[in-house]
Ligand binder design. Sequence first.
Ligand SMILES: CC(=O)[C@@H](O)[C@H](O)COP(=O)(O)O
Ligand SMILES: NCC(=O)COP(=O)(O)O
Length: 237
Amino acid sequence: MTKLSVNINKIATLRNSRGGNVPNLLKFAEDIERFGGQGITIHPRPDERHIKYQDARDLVSVVKTEFNIEGNPIQSFIDLVLETKPTQVTLVPDAIDALTSNAGWDTIKHQSFLQEVVQEFQQNGIRTSIFIGTDLKLVEAAAKTGSDRIELYTEDFAAQFNIGNKEAIKPYTTAAVLAHTLGLGINAGHDLSLDNIQFFKENIPNLAEVSIGHSLIVESLYLGIENVVNMYLHRLQ
Ligand SMILES: CC(=O)[C@@H](O)[C@H](O)COP(=O)(O)O
Ligand SMILES: NCC(=O)COP(=O)(O)O
């Protein structure tokens, strides 16, 4: 079964735009789970442009499904994750000022660092996932870090699918087959949407989780959040 983890960064963006607590992030997370969402994902960036570190502390007692915290493992992020102990941590090599996540890890170059970070989180009972592309040598190196899972960075797939190039799925399928062979769990995310999710799911064996935020929230502006969550769940069956 592929779990749907809803990334609520953009709800925090809307909340922060007026400086108050509307929309209420905690209530939104509870409602997502009530509608059938199987996980909540947040990505607290160092500038706290949307998700604040305090949101992570508040959400950990609210989220009853799976709680996934994504981010670049700078010390403040590591400390936050060890403090809150989510279900899963996803390591993302974002530059501090990145507009959004725009690259996966070079798991060869950063092998020893990733091994240390992965081990520290696992010793605290936190499942680990490493955000990477489809380069097979980097998938192999991701397995050598000892990480539980990888998260396939799907922006390239989404962009190519959008212009009708379905061949773009092939590197993701190949990477997923290798990852499974190496004992890695397989997550995926970035720019997945109602348009591309079913085709992606059909072509990625052993897909454990997709984390979706931006498109899902935009689609919900037109179709309603409860309806959209269930549309994703139906397409992920
Ligand atoms: C790693 C990933 O693809 C998502 O966490 C994405 O970075 C969302 O971050 P923003 O909502 O800040 O774009
Ligand atoms: N890991 C991907 C994620 O959490 C959401 O990415 P996006 O759907 O906002 O592009």
